[in-house]
Design a protein around this ligand. Structure first.
Ligand SMILES: [Zn+2]
Length: 430
């Protein structure tokens, strides 16, 4: 009894939310820490992927797709396994041993080692969003906080020298910070570096620290030459248990170009190893979802309505026909909203309007609109918009409502709904 109580007191709130909103579950037919995404969660994940892809394309990155497994008889893979071996999934196929990718680096480095790269191509940006596999300790696995399988986008930037790497790194770091701001949360920044790198590059470190306009944690205790990187920055979100959630990771890497045999040809025709920046601008997308849900729970704690950003909400408008004779009008309106690239559903169940409203609120539906005789006659909808503390009621024409949603989601990616339009036809996943 005591044990159960102690554990529930420690459970981060996102675990309950991911179930209640039918987003994510634990895959019991797989290993620990492997998640399943229900349609609404899959949509949110895909929208985050679209968002990240937009960000890196804006940077001029070239996306690639690589393999999930790498041979342990390949030298760079073997060397990497020596460092992180105990946290890598290994498997045997036709008497050969392989590891599952730990991050998206291997595949991209392998492509780059075979590429002919002139100094004119630099800085060269390459990107993959890869499902990655890490054997985290089973006791540390927790919902969207830590898994053994996760999606992570890793942008690599090949730079000709340290000076250009520093410039790129500073710009990308500012970008990572801006992205976090768009989601409305504050980060704690942690800079890990060797003392010698700090001494030689103080101006650069100060410029980096100024990006966040608040104190950063500086760890100068990194042993010289131990890692492939000389500086590693983490941006941490603080969850409802007060735990830092590492959500962005960036490094300047001096070792891997040589290890993997990645070269560029300089102005004099000489082959050189580039410096590589790693930038996981949104960390693992599970962590990002974790932060979105934990952030919503923080709002609830201070008496606000928890909510999702409108562009990420699996359903943006719910139509509530009062009686079955209003369903046809709801279907007609739903078609119009969908044509405007808005995700809409219809609560066509034979339950009272009060219950329909209660369900919409419980599911964090950002906007619902009642459709009855009066609304059909006037062509005005009785709209309720999820505000900070309460739903706000408004009369709006369908066109006004569509414009309101589109304006709020401007510049963000859109996907069609992943669930049935009529709620009566939907299975219950969780
Ligand atoms: Zn990387």
């Amino acid at each position: 009894m005591f044990k159960k109580k102690a554990r529930s007191a420690e459970a981060p709130p996102h675990l309950g939310i991911m179930r209640e909103l039918e987003l994510v579950g634990i895959e019991d037919l797989s290993d620990h820490g492997h998640l399943r995404y229900y349609p609404k969660g899959a949509l949110m994940l895909d929208l985050l992927i679209d968002y990240l892809l937009d960000q890196v394309l804006e940077e001029g990155a070239c996306p690639v797709k690589s393999s999930i497994m790498y041979s342990l008889s390949a030298k760079p893979v073997k060397e990497h396994a020596k460092l992180f071996g105990e946290r890598m999934y290994q498997l045997k196929v036709d008497k050969k041993r392989y590891v599952l990718r730990y991050a998206a680096c291997f595949g991209q480095f392998s492509i780059l080692k075979d590429a002919i790269i002139s100094y004119r191509c630099l800085p060269l940006k390459i990107f993959e969003l890869a499902d990655s596999y890490r054997l985290e300790q089973s006791g540390e696995i927790s919902g969207l906080f830590r898994q053994r399988r996760f999606y992570m986008g890793d942008l690599h930037v090949l730079c000709r020298d340290l000076e250009s790497a520093k410039q790129e790194f500073l710009r990308l770091y500012a970008k990572a910070y801006k992205i976090a701001g768009e989601f409305g949360w504050n980060y704690v920044a942690m800079f890990n570096l060797c003392r010698s790198f700090y001494e030689d590059n103080k101006d650069f470190i100060v410029k980096l620290a100024k990006v966040s306009a608040k104190p950063v944690l500086l760890n100068l205790g990194v042993p010289e030459g131990k890692y492939y990187w000389v500086i590693n920055i983490d941006l941490d979100f603080i969850d409802n248990l007060g735990r830092p959630v590492e959500s962005v990771g960036m490094q300047i890497d001096l070792g891997n170009a040589k290890r993997f045999g990645i070269e560029y040809i300089d102005e004099n025709g000489k082959k050189k190893h580039p410096i590589i920046i790693h930038a996981a601008l949104m960390g693992s997308l599970e962590r990002w979802l974790n932060n979105i849900l934990e952030n919503a729970a923080k709002q609830k704690k201070i008496g606000k309505l928890p909510s999702l950003p409108l562009w990420l909400s699996p359903i943006q408008i719910r139509l509530l026909p009062i009686a079955s004779r209003h369903i046809n009008k709801a279907l007609e309106l739903a078609d119009q909203f969908e044509a405007s690239r808005i995700r809409v559903d219809i609560d066509d169940r034979e339950i009272s309007l009060q219950r329909k409203i209660r369900h919409a609120r419980r599911e964090w539906i950002p906007i619902y609109a009642v459709i009855g005789d009066r609304e059909i006659l006037s062509n005005k909808l009785s709209v309720s918009i999820r505000g900070e503390k309460e739903y706000i009621n408004k009369e709006m024409s369908p066109k006004q409502l569509a414009n309101f949603v589109l304006k709020k989601c401007a510049g963000k990616p859109f996907r069609k709904s992943y669930v049935q339009k009529r709620i009566s036809l939907r299975p219950v996943f969780a």
